[in-house]
Design a protein around this ligand. Structure first.
Ligand code: TYD
Length: 197
């Protein structure tokens, strides 16, 4: 099973990804928890480039995320799925659809095509979308990266973009209200995955 977590910056995805890993491991499953951009040596370098690097055009940004993803699928995700592990990924291709496709205006279909090409068509079985008002997310502490420093415009488009994606891919994307205590959210996610598997 391939599960991804998505949401705007500071929606609590990483915490939820970890809590799900703990819950599945407690049931005796092998779990590989990984993240994007990152997950491989190339991915970590791409991460530094896109999050702290120079200004770049929208397609350069989309292509860098796609390069990181291609390597990640080949080196980490597919081998783990092939040996029967559950793979949990903190952000995956829907981040590119929401940020580059919708936020940057490249178009969902164009960015989806690129990403299906570079991943050999690997889509998640389930994508958990954590939804939080952009103002609430922005108020959570943390050091802002290059995309967050662009401020409310991009973040607002991304938040709406994710809801558009949830409508477009209802069979895969599960929408979860992220403005609640983490344990409560974790329980809901675990229950909803159980219903699907
Ligand atoms: P990260 O520090 O992982 O953010 P968070 O902790 O909120 O997940 O930074 C990832 C940033 O990169 C985030 O702003 C979203 C952006 N991003 C894209 O724009 N496109 C992508 O394909 C991916 C994977 C991330």
């Amino acid at each position: 099973m391939f599960v991804t977590f998505e949401g705007a910056d500071r929606s609590g995805k990483s915490t939820q990804a970890q809590l799900l890993r703990d819950a599945l491991e407690a049931e005796g499953r092998e779990v590989v928890l990984t993240r994007e951009p990152g997950g491989t040596e190339l991915g970590e370098r791409v991460r530094a480039l896109v999050l702290d690097g120079p200004q770049m055009g929208a397609w350069a940004e989309a292509a860098l995320f796609a390069a990181s993803r291609a390597e990640h699928v080949e080196e980490v995700i597919r081998p783990a799925l092939d040996r029967g592990a559950v793979v949990i990924c903190d952000r995956y291709l829907d981040s590119s659809l929401a940020y580059q496709g919708i936020g940057r205006g490249l178009g969902v279909d164009a960015v989806l095509d690129l990403n299906l090409q570079v991943t050999g068509g690997l889509l998640p079985d389930v994508t958990v979308l954590l939804v939080l008002e952009p103002e609430v997310a922005a108020a959570r502490a943390g050091r802002p990266d290059r995309l967050e420093r662009e401020g409310a415009g991009l973040q607002g488009r991304v938040a709406e973009g994710y809801l558009e994606l949830a409508e477009r891919f209802p069979e895969r994307i599960v929408v979860v209200d992220a403005a609640r205590p983490p344990e409560e959210i974790a329980e809901e996610i675990h229950d909803r995955l159980r219903q699907r598997s």
